[in-house]
Write a protein of this length. Structure first.
Length: 239
């Protein structure tokens, strides 16, 4: 599915923490999965503010101020409703940004003409409001995971486009390079450890082969025989 959800949530929250910004969520079909993912990160309380699970149309109207006429005209799974959900969540929570998810996870569609796997991601901030859509082809669980991943990626991209300063961008690049270096060093260490273990095994396996056997070791008598006649050499004639 691409990037791990926790990794995406960490990337988003790192940006928010650096900017001292807060985020809220408004979910429908994902039933709180986005909220759970965001709060899985240690220290998320410094940037995560509030969330809503507005599964029914009535809840969207009452809790998030979604316009009933918009629901009647476009349906709950639509860009207009996604934007109004995100806008309502941001204003009610007084957060800097808000993310909304509305879609059809499956296995069956509702009485609308929307496809199973279709989702709209809404985004609202002080600088931008909009929605994006995509259709996935997984089962119910897979679709919900894909919806949350899309929401996180979309928010990261929009944050970088509308809220990321030049200084933040440089810091983000540096941190990414550090992470990549740490991963490479870990891989090198793992390879070296493996090589060392293999080297040790080779020594143990080949030790007896490389060591002199008992038949090749001279006993005391044989050593003495090699030195027989050495006193007869005229050392004064040697250069």
């Amino acid at each position: 599915m691409g990037d791990d959800l926790v990794t995406l949530a960490s990337r988003l929250e790192r940006r928010l923490l650096r900017a001292k910004a807060t985020v809220s969520a408004a979910e429908s079909c994902t039933g709180g999965l986005l909220t759970s993912t965001l709060t899985d990160i240690s220290g998320s309380s410094a940037c995560f503010n509030q969330s809503w699970v507005t599964y029914s149309n009535e809840a969207k109207i009452v809790e998030l101020n979604v316009d009933p006429l918009t629901l009647a005209e476009h349906g709950a799974v639509s860009a207009d409703v996604a934007i109004q959900m995100a806008s309502g969540a941001r204003k009610k929570s007084n957060s800097d940004i808000a993310i909304s998810i509305t879609g059809i996870a499956g296995p069956k569609t509702d009485d609308s003409r929307k496809e199973v796997g279709e989702v709209y991601i809404g985004f609202s901030s002080t600088m931008y409001e909009g929605a994006s859509s995509r259709t996935f082809s997984g089962d119910r669980k897979q679709n919900k995971l894909s919806f949350v991943a899309l929401a996180l990626r979309t928010t990261i991209d929009l944050w970088d486009e509308y809220h990321l300063t030049k200084k933040d961008e440089e810091t983000e690049i540096e941190e990414t390079e550090i992470e990549e270096t740490e991963i490479e060093e870990t891989e090198i260490e793992e390879i070296n450890d493996e090589d060392i273990e293999n080297w040790k095994e080779d020594i143990v396996e080949n030790w007896n082969e490389d060591s002199p056997s008992e038949s090749n070791v001279l006993d005391e008598d044989e050593t003495l025989d090699l030195n027989v006649g050495i006193e007869d050499i005229n050392w004064s004639e040697q250069e």
